[in-house]
Design a protein around this ligand. Sequence first.
Ligand code: GLP
Length: 263
Amino acid sequence: MQIVLCRDAEEAAELVAARILCRLREKPELVLGLATGSTPLGVYRRLREACQRGEVSFARVHTFNLDEYLDLPADHPQSYRTFMRQHLFEGIDIPPDQVYFPPSEGNDLRARCAAFERRIAELGGIDVQLLGMGRNGHIGFNEPTSSLASRTRVKTLTDKTLRDNARFYGPDETQPVLAVTMGIGTIMEAREILLQAYGSAKAEAVREAVEGPVSSYFPASALQLHPRVGAYLDPDAASLLGMRDYYGRARALQQQLEADGRL
Ligand code: GLP
């Protein structure tokens, strides 16, 4: 894992967005894996702005979101489809039929989850996957003890995740307890993964994911087995890392090699 210690969340979002824009320029038909939550908002704003300035086009891009709540209608204020429309899709030139979410309404969910996976494969696989993580280490909605080889499927949310997300629901609104999520095996097939984590509430999770043992009990630790993960952290999220000094030094040396044109 490449640990990128950033000055703050703004610098991290700038680096992640720059990476995606660079990949998009190299490959206009990029396949992007997308995440929801507060963490990727700075990246989405930068992608919208770059598109609106005419610097890039998403016209040939396909996107696959990680997850969606079971049975929330697409236009529900808390659905991830609403979130993505508001924060990204309405501000870029992507055709709506190139945007995919795991099936979260209706029947035949198992077969339709398999079709979602097949669609990813037909398009050549995910080039770049954006990730945040829950405080319990979940990626997408792969809660602790999810198989590290899991595929897109229905998943029951843990009490901790339900509590973390309860703030988004009014007193008379029903909070979904089930979601459909890409599996850890699905996520691990992306060619490149950009993980972001900000704030002290994520510090323990970052330590477990980066320096803890690989374990289904802490799903983000599976990323240690992926050859190309960048973890972009602000100082609070990185505060409990035991090898913080080393990561900072390694990044500076790496940047020097890049500046010398040697990488
Ligand atoms: C949800 C999403 C995850 C996301 C996590 C963290 O549970 N399913 O994909 O990473 O929230 O959210 P936040 O970025 O708001 O901390």
